[in-house]
Design a protein around this ligand. Structure first.
Ligand code: ASP
Length: 343
């Protein structure tokens, strides 16, 4: 009996000793209460082409967008609310190619695409080619929550949105002078009547908005909204309404929103590819985002970028263009950037 007591005491001492050993202590990094990251499009965004006023207007808009999402997350609101409301604000701004600021199609119309995905259950909703929905991201959310489908397009999507109380506007609401002029320039250059500068040519492909949020319950949502590409034809759809290409979210890995030359993002399923590297390859978010955007996509010739975050609140804002309107916020930390040289 005495011997048994001695053995037990010895084992206990060894265990206490082990617990105290710094070698075995695991450092647990607390995840931030919430995190939110946004983009307002990637492209040929050069400081030399910006006025100080324009620069300030974009930074103010990015800050304001973050404030909206952050105020929801701070109070314990859901990531899906934060993403929708943040994108709604960006859709109301004519600075971005989404909602009010959407670019024109070849026929002089505005056709918008959006998608949203909830990382907890991987439910998703998307609309493509809609012309009269003030907030396409809200219509995408309605598809997610109020239908058995993931993706709706054109007139059907518009009817569904209207039936579900989503705000409908006259398509003329989306007409802005700036985007109209961009279309006229693109049409002239197509007819050979003028030549777009290299910057203008590259720029007609970019400008989408996106948001990814992690809420206090640990749920990730990703959303993307766009007018697509200037001078697009034949009801062309880009990556933004396609789950896995322009938007993806899974609590187990990450949430991603993309912007760039949609055809490439569709072919290489960019958003899902980043999550898949984490899921199957055990890579970190930073490694996965860098590889897909700055190695694979560059090799394939696809211009653009992403914003993403993981369960721990790590943020990635990778792009392979001259710039990307980008920003993130978490408790005690906020970053707002435009140009490449700010990294
Ligand atoms: N990805 C969008 C599209 O191809 C455009 C963009 O992000 O600017 O429709």
């Amino acid at each position: 009996m005495k011997q048994l007591t001695l053995i037990i005491t010895f084992c206990c001492l060894v265990m206490i000793g082990c617990n105290d050993s710094p070698r075995l202590k695991t450092v647990k990094v607390e995840r931030p209460k919430y995190t939110i990251v946004i983009h307002g499009g990637a492209g040929t965004i050069l400081k030399k082409n910006m006025t100080p006023q324009k620069d300030k207007a974009y930074r103010d808009a990015l800050n304001e967008a973050l404030n909206i999402g952050e105020s929801i997350l701070k109070l314990g609101g859901s990531s899906i609310d934060a993403v929708e409301k943040t994108i709604n604000f960006m859709e109301n701004s004519d600075l971005f190619n989404a909602g009010k600021g959407a670019v024109f199609t070849h026929e002089g119309k505005n056709e918008m695409d959006a998608s949203i995905m909830y990382g907890k259950d991987q439910n998703a909703g998307a609309v493509g080619g809609v012309t009269n929905i003030k907030h396409p991201i809200s219509a995408a959310r309605a598809v997610l929550e109020k239908s058995e489908h993931v993706m709706m397009a054109g007139k059907g999507a518009e009817d569904f949105a209207e039936k579900n109380g989503i705000e409908i506007v006259d398509p003329a609401y989306f007409k802005t002078e700036r985007r109209w002029n961009s279309l006229q320039k693109a049409l002239k250059s197509e007819k050979g009547e003028s030549v777009l500068s290299e910057d203008e040519d590259k720029d007609k492909k970019h400008g989408t908005v996106g948001c990814v949020a992690l809420d206090q319950d640990g749920n990730i949502t990703a959303g993307t909204s766009t007018g697509g590409m200037t001078n697009k034809k034949y009801n062309r759809l880009g990556d933004s309404p396609i789950i896995g290409a322009g938007t993806f979210a899974d609590n187990a890995t990450c949430g991603v929103s993309c912007t760039g030359h949609g055809e490439f993002f569709i072919r290489y399923t960019v958003a899902r590819d980043i999550a898949a590297m984490m899921e199957y390859g055990g890579k970190s978010l930073a490694e996965s985002a860098h590889y897909v955007i700055n190695e694979k996509l560059v090799e394939k010739g696809g211009a653009g970028g992403i914003v993403a975050l993981d369960q721990e609140g790590n943020v990635a804002m990778d792009f392979n263009t001259e710039g990307m309107y980008r920003a993130y916020s978490k408790p005690g930390e906020r970053v707002v950037k435009i140009y490449k040289e700010e990294d």
